[in-house]
Write a protein of this length. Structure first.
Lengths: 494, 325, 330
């Protein structure tokens, strides 16, 4: 009789009209380390949040330790023994380690006053359990991000969790801390704790998981025993089709150099970044999350100044101190977080499209030329197939794919010479994805230089003519278009 | 974009707007008032209401701009007070009218500039900054005058606020002029139009190449200028400078702006709406006077109107699916 | 560890700089104004700021929760007026005070519910309450002063306990209790989560709405107590009580190291902030500087304090002086 600690049957989740999870069926054994992988927007986080009681499912049931459960609040899940270690840490920075680990569950006397000695003792126990030596009275704000994550894990442990869910556990950890985490996970496993974790890092998943499940567009594609599958098979399941069909043909000819970055450095973020960009090519930035690619891009764009380094555009050195300067020089950056940094959610589609190029739509005295604006907006709505085309709809009501198309239109409207796109197809359906890729390729063919940053290796490999691999703030290698995933991962994790 | 539905749908669109709604409420209130008080519809009453609106409109215009940018300015009333004091004291000291007016406007602009520097350059919370400025400006007004009126102002100065052109008092022209000007500029002039983006998502605006610092600074500078202008009209109309001028004016300005469609979260605002908001409040207060209702209730009513305004605002935002807590 | 950190771990006082400044000012004052250290002056110093001090205790919690309460001036006057009216109607001292405090509770409750349900920044909600209260006060008193307080009532503002004026004694007791509670009670500790990381607070199942009600009600009760004390001090009550007091209270709290963005600060720091401003207040008395300079000084103090706190404090913590714009907006 197999002991399944968690059975997920027919779980679906809808947000208004948007179905984000569709009929998920999963069985997890006690003491198993189970990874959930998938592209961005595949539904992994949503599924975890349903298991953890943060969301309720629209359909289906969850059977935990033999009983059917329906959590309406996170506290219920925690009390039953399911804890989530979130990607965004849930610690109070100005309280110390002990207070955070036992937050809301501190040992108290009858009047509610915290018994500090007991709290300290219990904290030390838990930390010893994991093999960490931190003074319980250290303020969380004074810890490194990696250590903060360890505290977060200790918190889950202290809740006597039977299942611990990790959401991208190593995204913020350094090498040493990652190994520590692996050790902790193995340790927990030997004690019978079940681990479910979401990760983008396939090599890591293969290293520590027993089984992995692949989600794509809200559906469960399949579950495999880690030992019995390969990275290629998993990628194929994640992406859904052969790489060949998904990506447009690469460049037939590469022109002259149009853009160079030399000696870019910023303390603790990136160092000695140097690369060239040629006309007609797409240069990919590959690397693990946190390896510095976005930071470099933002610095080139002027959002944050580097400490050293220079940017050379079309043979001339350019001084970029703000996004304004960058855009004026024709360097544009499409942000990785479209909702927070890219779009104006409470505004309409065309208002978003012109946001970065308003200066192109004003006359000499600065007054808006409404006719020209409408014309340009319409042009992009047609060209990029943005739906719905209704002018009155606010962008926040559009699907992820249409939002991303609008963001792309925003930057195309600025007529860039160099366009850096950061995670351009994050949270976008497969159809829109292919379209965006096609448009990027069209863009380079018209003479624009494109740099693509992506955490999805298949996308980088499928789209780039050359690939610069980042590792902890440095470029460790610039590979040709026929590089394999293994090669890239090698350079990314050296 | 459907150009084929043409005029009818455009008309329906316009009729459904907030501004029309406000106009309707004002219309109804006016009718009721003219029924209950024979003095409401007289030329002298209406002009006195309109003149009284002048100061509030100028302050509310600035407030709308600042709210649009996602901030707030609590010091408008105090800047009005201080600027009035500075101008009138200069006049009393024998400075020419032209210079006194220019220096007065400049001081208002300068005080707004200080607000703007703290908020836009040092990135400090707007309501604390303007709360501090409110105290400093009001305090300085009292320090300079020790509570005494500043009077005996030259005739030439009084014309500004008391003069008439074609039978209509000057302040009314100025008010209408600024409303039309600001409404047009806000909707059609690039630099001010960007304010909508800044209030909606300042980080994204920065990344879109919009000069957020500059426009934020400009917003507070303009507001300071408008407060100074309002002070000139008030002091010339009432023929004196007084440290307590403008007390409580910021509240009315916020109220009017919100009633007119500005959102506390930034990114929304309508000059015409604000203007109608001021008009509504002015008519209600006029009603208090005409109907001999206890003026003590005015404060309560104004407070309740603010509560209603933010509740309506909240419902509107909830319906649109926002969640900015 | 830097000197600051060492000092902090020993004494758990976060404000080495502030403490030093206060000590220096005290020494300076003692030299220039020999009467500064006399008990009678210390009493004047205390009584000149005791209402602000009491309200600052509650405001500390409010600001740590990333909120603010502008209605305290209105509540203070309201409670003073109401207690006067009840006394005039022979309700008896205990009942009158109880009713006045009950009404204050109501104000805090309204504040909290507006914040919880209208999803509007506490600043605007409490501003609305303040306006309404000011109006109500005016309606009730018709601009006149309420008088007719029985002699037994004088105790609260003018009486003594163990030789110390009652208000100061009350404040001292409250300060100790609040300090202890905030540091050691499980319920009060929640405020750091609500202010510091509201998502985590939500995920861990705290009833945020109820806690907000708790702190705003508490704050309004403190304002009510301040009002009663003031009424007892002046043996009268009118709408002028407490005008502009929120400026001084907020300044004291911010000087004491509580950050406007929430999640940080403690009562000890606020007490230092109170002490600092009380001394400044006393300075006015000694130098004979006219009181109308006070608003200017307090306004400037607020700007300086918040500038130091937000700009330099953030820089020291390494996140750079440039916040994301979103954090700067209302």
């Amino acid at each position: 009789m197999i002991n399944y600690i968690l059975k997920i049957e027919g779980i679906s989740k809808r947000f208004f009209a948007n179905k984000v999870l569709d009929d998920i069926n999963l069985k997890i054994k006690k003491g198993e380390v189970h990874a959930v992988v998938g592209e961005n927007g595949a539904g992994k986080s949503t599924l975890m949040k349903i298991i953890g009681g943060i969301y309720t499912s629209s359909e289906g049931k969850i059977i935990f330790d033999g009983c059917e459960v329906k959590f309406t609040r996170p506290q219920e899940a925690i009390n039953s023994g399911i804890s989530i270690v979130h990607q965004e840490l849930s610690l109070a920075p100005k309280l110390n380690v002990a207070q955070n680990i036992f937050s809301h569950r501190e040992p108290v006397n009858k009047l509610g006053f915290i018994k500090w000695t007991e709290l300290r003792y219990k904290t030390k126990q838990i930390l010893k359990h994991i093999g960490i030596d931190i003074d319980p009275s250290t303020l969380v704000a004074d810890l490194s991000v990696g250590m903060q994550q360890i505290v977060e894990i200790a918190k889950a442990l202290s809740q006597n969790a039977k299942i611990i869910i990790f959401d991208e556990p190593t995204s913020a950890l350094s090498g040493k801390e990652v190994n520590l985490l692996y050790r902790v996970i193995n340790d927990l496993k030997s004690k019978g704790v079940t681990i479910i974790f979401i990760s983008h890092k396939l090599t890591e998943v293969f290293k520590i998981s027993d089984k992995m499940s692949v989600l794509r567009d809200g559906k469960l594609i399949g579950t495999r025993k880690t030992k019995e599958t390969s990275i290629e098979e998993i990628i194929k399941m994640m992406v859904g089709r052969d790489l060949g069909n998904l990506y447009p043909d690469k460049s037939s000819h590469i022109g002259e150099k149009i853009f160079s970055v030399k000696g870019f450095s910023r303390k603790a973020e990136f160092e000695g970044i140097e690369f060239d960009l040629y006309k007609g090519e797409i240069l990919g930035f590959a690397g693990l999350v946190g390896s510095g690619r976005t930071e470099v891009a933002r610095s080139i764009f002027g959002a944050e100044k580097p400490e050293f380094g220079e940017v050379i555009l079309e043979g001339k050195k350019v001084e970029i101190n703000s996004p304004r300067d960058a855009i004026k020089n024709g360097i544009c950056y499409l942000t990785e977080d479209r909702k927070s940094w890219g779009l104006f959610l409470e505004k309409t589609v065309w208002q978003n499209i012109i946001a970065a190029s308003i200066s192109k739509f004003v006359n000499k005295r600065g007054f808006l030329k409404n006719g020209k604006i409408k014309e340009r907006a319409k042009h992009f709505i047609d060209y990029l197939n943005i739906k719905p085309a209704d002018d009155k709809v606010l962008i926040l009501n559009l699907s992820g794919g249409n939002q991303q198309r609008t963001l792309l239109a925003q930057w195309l409207s600025a007529e860039p010479k160099i366009l850096i796109v950061d995670e351009p197809t994050r949270g976008v359906d497969v159809g829109a994805k292919a379209e965006i890729h096609k448009h990027l390729r069209k863009l380079v063919e018209s003479g624009v230089g494109v740099i693509i940053i992506s955490s999805e290796l298949p996308e980088i490999i499928g789209l780039s003519d050359r690939i610069a691999v980042f590792n902890e703030g440095k470029i460790t290698g610039i590979l040709e278009k026929d590089a394999t995933q293994e090669e890239i991962m090698k350079y990314a994790t050296l | 974009m459907n150009s084929s539905s043409g005029y009818l749908s455009r008309l329906k669109e316009i009729l459904g707007t907030r501004e029309i709604g406000l106009l309707l409420v004002i219309f109804v209130a006016s009718i009721l008032l003219s029924i209950f008080s024979e003095n409401f519809l007289t030329f002298s009453n209406l002009t006195s209401v309109a003149i009284g609106m002048n100061y509030d409109v100028l302050l509310a215009l600035g407030m709308t701009l600042v709210l649009l940018l996602g901030g707030i300015d609590l010091s408008v009333g105090s800047i009005l007070g201080l600027t009035g004091i500075i101008t009138t004291m200069l006049l009393q000291a024998g400075v020419s009218i032209l210079f006194a007016v220019i220096l007065g406007l400049l001081s208002g602009t300068f005080l707004g500039f200080i607000n703007g520097i703290f908020i836009a350059k040092f990135r400090i919370n707007p309501f604390i900054v303007t709360l501090g400025m409110m105290a400093i400006a009001r305090g300085l007004s009292v320090v300079l005058t020790l509570g005494y009126f500043v009077s005996k102002l030259p005739e030439g100065y009084l014309i500004i606020g008391q003069g008439k052109f074609l039978g209509i008092p000057n302040p009314i022209y100025v008010m209408i002029l600024f409303v039309i000007l600001f409404d047009y500029l806000l909707r059609k002039w690039g630099p001010l139009y960007k304010a909508f983006y800044i209030g909606t998502n300042p980080d994204a605006a920065e990344l879109s190449g919009i000069n957020v610092s500059l426009i934020l600074l400009a917003g507070y500078v303009i507001t300071g200028f408008l407060s100074g202008l309002a002070a000139i009209f008030m002091t010339s109309r009432l023929a004196m400078g007084y440290a307590q001028f403008g007390v409580g004016a910021e509240l009315k300005a916020i109220c009017a702006a919100i009633i007119g469609g500005a959102s506390m979260g930034g990114g929304e605002g309508s000059i015409i709406g604000t203007f109608l908001g001021v008009m509504l409040l002015a008519i209600i207060n006029n009603g208090f006077v005409l109907l001999n209702l206890s003026i003590y209730w005015q404060g309560v009513v104004n407070g309740l109107i603010l509560v209603i305004a933010i509740t309506v605002d909240a419902i509107r935002r909830a319906r649109k699916g926002e969640s900015r807590a | 560890m830097s000197l600051n950190e060492k000092f902090r771990t020993i004494t758990k006082v976060n404000n080495l700089g502030l403490l030093t400044t206060i000590v220096l000012i005290i020494i300076g004052m003692a030299i220039f104004f020999p009467r500064f250290l006399l008990p009678i002056n210390i009493e004047i110093l205390g009584m000149g700021f005791v209402q602000e001090a009491i309200m600052a205790l509650g405001m500390t919690l409010i600001i740590i929760s990333a909120g603010i309460d502008l209605s305290i001036a209105g509540t203070m006057a309201f409670s003073a007026i109401m207690v006067g009216i009840f006394l005039n109607n022979n309700f008896g001292i205990a009942v009158s005070i109880l009713l006045a405090l009950l009404l204050s509770t109501l104000v805090g409750f309204v504040n909290a519910q507006m914040i919880n349900h209208l999803k509007v920044h506490p600043f605007i909600c409490t501003l609305a309450t303040l306006t309404t209260l000011k109006g109500i006060n005016l309606v009730i008193t018709k601009g006149e002063t309420v008088a007719g307080f029985p002699p037994a009532f004088y105790f609260f503002g003018q009486g003594r306990v163990f030789g110390i004026p009652f208000p100061i004694f009350l404040f001292a007791v409250m300060a100790i209790v609040f300090t202890y509670l905030l540091k050691n009670h499980k319920y009060f500790q929640q405020v750091y989560f609500i202010g510091g990381n509201i998502d985590s607070a939500r995920y861990s199942g705290i009833n945020i709405d109820r806690f907000i009600i708790f702190i705003y009600v508490l704050n309004s009760i403190l304002a009510g107590i301040a009002g009663i004390i003031t009424a007892s001090q002046y043996i009268s009550a009118n709408t002028g009580f407490g005008i502009g007091i929120e400026l001084r209270v907020i300044t004291a709290v911010i000087i004491g190291g509580v950050s406007l963005s929430g999640g940080k600060g403690n009562i000890g720091g606020t007490i230092l902030g109170i002490l600092f401003l009380a001394i400044i207040n006393n300075l006015f008395v000694h130098t004979g500087a006219p009181t109308y300079w006070q608003e200017v000084v307090y306004g400037s103090m607020l700007l300086i304090a918040v500038f130091l706190e937000e700009y330099i404090g953030v820089k020291r913590e390494g996140t750079g002086a440039l916040k994301r714009w979103r954090e700067v907006m209302l």
